[in-house]
Ligand binder design. Structure first.
Ligand code: GTP
Ligand code: MG
Length: 607
């Protein structure tokens, strides 16, 4: 799905409306009350406010509570491919035969789909029992009974006067034209940052669809591992995801063991008879391999399944056609889940954090600093760490250090994963709000100043301690992995990519400074503030664009070919899926421009 990317660079003339004479800034309100709505409550507060957290009457939910609630909701939910024209009223009446419906919405993605949440899980079983497996004429079918259905009209030719216009929920970000209009008409730079966040953030419905997709995949994986859990992680749940971002999934096989702290009586203890393999990694590869086969052969709507088992973090990548999500399924990756929780906490602590992270991610994307393909460029995860670090360095700090969050932890927060201490407080309400009252405009400018002049050659970025530290190794950019502290999450970034980042940061700081002095008149159609930052830079101007694009493309192709080469030599069991991705990436890269709009996944094989 298209994310905020190259399209943003297309400025459209907007002279007809003057700033100030336009509708008030858009406030997208979440229609359904629920965990995410509650979680995002702080974000609705005015920027620069020191009043967060404790004065908010809505209790902020812990990450684990949100996950639990969403998961349970998804288990009561079904996905239905509908005929293009149906009567919503009749549709709901038909489904209500199986039980009360709690919630539903429609969306379009190569056809019309409905997401229907029943009040009771039993309704899903009743619906399944009333459904039959189709026969497809000459083709044979695999009779897998999932929660993904096809709804057909018994008599399609009947003219149904009740066929109302179905209101569809939007699952893609707004067009760049609309986004630029909104930015143009915003009242201030702070307002622009909030607008960008509100327009691009994952919606309530999109969140439901993400949890539902994980739940559907869990049903398939359960064919082998009946007690597994498939959880979303990464930007789908850490509050920094944009509409259209990938869906990172974690196949958890230990959940049940953890829940049942088996207190058996008597003198005996039982264990399962199991097969052993030489290492955790081999076990992970074998598990993902069979689940990948299952998705490929039996998973309704799962297409383009690739087993990428020799990456540092083995994964199965596929497209879930009906939801439109590009999915990455991993297992034995519990630290990444903990990282998602940590980012969720930081995103919820202060209303400015998410607005700033979204802006920096969009800015980086618009200037081709990030890409959807693996390579020597910075990732969104690293950029988020940089923003958090910067906010920890303000005076007074906007965000606390990870070490401080660890000192606040309860006994139940204690968490050691593979020998790494991942403990930090989970109760957001117990963290004191920041006393920092700086505006987003100032923070944005200062971010560019700070990282435009950072001593990358000697210092490391470290959100655990919230201060610059001597670099332990010579990579151009060193961002310490917050939990596996000996690792550098930006080890892949080369000197030229870092240089480009620094130049653009300096240039953007300068642009913002000029803005203050020399803002175009409200009636002019000149891009201003954030809109000006998302436009091509001087270095990226027309004269240089062609040359630069070619250089970038050849740089990327070189990296990709190297990856293919190493993949060929390393991976004897690989099904060739990874090669296909890389070749497809080259193709899309050379046809799309140097910036890629297809999504933002990068497999960092090092940090
Ligand atoms: P998007 O670009 O919106 O997909 O952001 P994302 O945060 O989901 O990034 P991505 O899909 O690349 O990775 C998913 C999650 O894996 C991240 O949120 C991190 O928790 C983890 N992760 C990604 N890259 C690294 C890395 O280099 N090192 C470590 N330790 N974890 C990573
Ligand atoms: Mg992701």
């Amino acid at each position: 799905m298209a994310a905020c990317g190259v399209g943003l660079l297309t400025w459209l003339h907007l002279g007809a409306h003057a700033r100030g004479r336009v509708p008030p800034p858009i406030r997208r309100l979440l229609s359904c009350p629920g965990p995410v709505a509650a979680d995002l409550k702080r974000e609705e507060q005015p920027s620069g406010s020191a009043v967060t957290g404790s004065e908010d009457s809505t209790p902020l939910k812990r990450f684990s509570e949100v996950q639990k609630e969403r998961r349970e909701q998804a288990q009561r939910t079904v996905l239905i491919h509908c005929p293009n024209k149906i009567s919503e009223k009749k549709f709901l009446k038909y489904l209500s035969q199986h039980g009360h419906i709690n919630n539903h919405f429609f969306y379009e993605s190569f056809g019309l789909y409905a997401v229907v949440e029943f009040c009771q899980k039993e309704s899903v079983a009743s619906f399944q029992n009333s459904t039959h497996t189709p026969s497809l004429g000459a083709e044979a079918v695999i009779p897998f009974r999932s929660r993904f259905f096809n709804l057909k009209l018994k008599n399609p030719s009947t003219k149904t006067s009740e066929q109302s216009h179905i209101q569809c929920s939007d699952q893609s970000p707004p067009s760049s034209k609309k986004l630029f209009e909104l930015l143009h008409y915003a009242e201030s730079i702070d307002d622009q940052l909030h607008t960008l966040l509100k327009e691009l953030q994952i919606t309530e419905e999109n969140t439901k669809l993400r949890y539902l997709t994980c739940s559907l995949i869990e049903d398939i994986a359960a064919a082998y591992f009946p007690y597994c859990t498939v959880r979303p992680f990464g930007s789908s749940v850490n509050s920094f995801g944009k509409l259209g971002c990938d869906l990172d999934m974690f196949l958890d096989l230990d959940e049940l063991e953890k829940l049942n702290s088996r207190k058996t009586s008597g003198n005996f203890l039982t264990e399962f008879q199991v097969k052993s393999v030489p290492s955790e990694r081999v076990a992970t590869q074998k598990i993902l391999s069979v689940v990948g086969e299952c998705l490929d052969h039996f998973g309704p709507g799962c297409v383009g399944v690739q087993k990428i088992l020799n990456a540092r973090c083995p994964l199965v990548r596929f497209s879930h056609q009906a939801s439109g999500f590009q999915c990455d399924l991993t297992t034995n990756n519990r630290i990444a889940l903990k990282s998602s929780e940590l980012l969720y906490m930081y995103g919820a602590l202060d209303s400015r954090v998410r607005a700033l992270v979204f802006t920096i991610r969009c800015w980086a994307r618009a200037h081709s600093l990030t890409s959807s393909i693996p390579g020597a460029w910075i990732t969104n995860f690293s950029l988020t760490m940089m923003v958090i670090f910067f906010l920890q360095r303000r005076s007074p700090p906007v965000l606390p250090t990870l070490d401080y969050l660890k000192t606040l932890a309860d006994v139940e927060d204690k968490c050691i994963i593979e020998g790494h201490n991942c403990t930090f407080i989970s109760d957001l309400k117990r963290i004191k709000p920041s006393e920092n009252t700086e505006t987003l405009e100032l923070l944005l400018k200062e971010f560019f100043e700070y990282f435009g002049n950072f001593a990358y050659n000697k210092n490391s970025i470290n959100i655990r301690q919230g201060r610059e530290q001597n670099k332990p190794e010579s990579s151009p950019l060193h961002i310490q992995n917050p939990f596996e502290t000996s690792l550098n999450i930006s080890k892949n970034v080369n000197q030229s990519q870092l240089q480009k980042f620094v130049e653009l940061a300096r240039e953007s700081a300068w642009t913002l400074q000029q803005e203050g002095k020399d803002r175009p008149s409200p009636s002019s159609n000149q891009p201003w503030g954030l809109a000006a930052l998302l436009l091509p830079s001087v270095a990226n101007s027309k004269a240089l664009a062609g040359k630069k694009r070619k250089r970038l493309a050849s740089e990327r192709i070189k990296t990709l070919l190297e990856s293919i080469k190493s993949n060929n030599t390393e991976d004897s069991t690989n099904t060739g899926g990874e090669k296909t991705t890389l070749l497809e990436s080259i193709k899309s890269n050379s046809t799309e421009d140097s910036t890629n709009t297809s999504g933002e996944k990068t497999i960092n094989t090092q940090g």
